[in-house]
Design a protein around this ligand. Structure first.
Ligand code: AMP
Ligand code: ZN
Length: 116
């Protein structure tokens, strides 16, 4: 069993509110939303971060990016969204499994700034 939190969510070992899923990726609601719409989009394959992305992962990440608009709209952010990928220590990445924060809401949203 993986020790990685998001691998456990992908495997169904930890519950999450899923918004989109296919063979490559899973989108679910952030447990501590910072905006009215706050969705996390993760690859099913464990990739630690953008810093460990391999050339062979480019198609996968491209597929994820291509889904973000539909996921944001389905979550209720109709007029656009922000996409944030925290990377490494300086980027204050807390979960060591690549994830895209999709942030939005009915009104324009400011940039996500860490609370700590
Ligand atoms: P980051 O700081 O970029 O690594 O973001 C990690 C995100 O994961 C934070 O926004 C957390 O609120 C979120 N998170 C942590 N645990 C869970 C969980 N069990 N289900 C959904 N989101 C989570
Ligand atoms: Zn993982």
């Amino acid at each position: 069993m993986s020790a990685c939190l998001f691998c456990k969510i992908v495997a169904g070992e930890i519950p999450a509110t899923k918004l989109y899923e296919d063979e490559d990726m899973l989108a679910f609601k952030d447990i501590d939303p910072q905006r009215p719409v706050h969705v996390l989009l993760v690859p099913k394959k464990h990739i630690t971060s953008l810093a460990s992305l391999a050339a062979e992962d480019a198609l996968l990440v491209g597929k994820m990016l291509a889904k973000t608009n539909d996921i944001a709209r389905a979550a209720g952010s109709l007029g656009g969204f922000r996409l944030i990928i925290n990377t490494g220590e300086i980027g204050q990445q807390e979960v060591q499994h690549l994830h895209m924060h999709i942030l939005g809401g009915p009104q324009p949203v400011g940039p996500m700034v860490k609370k700590h």
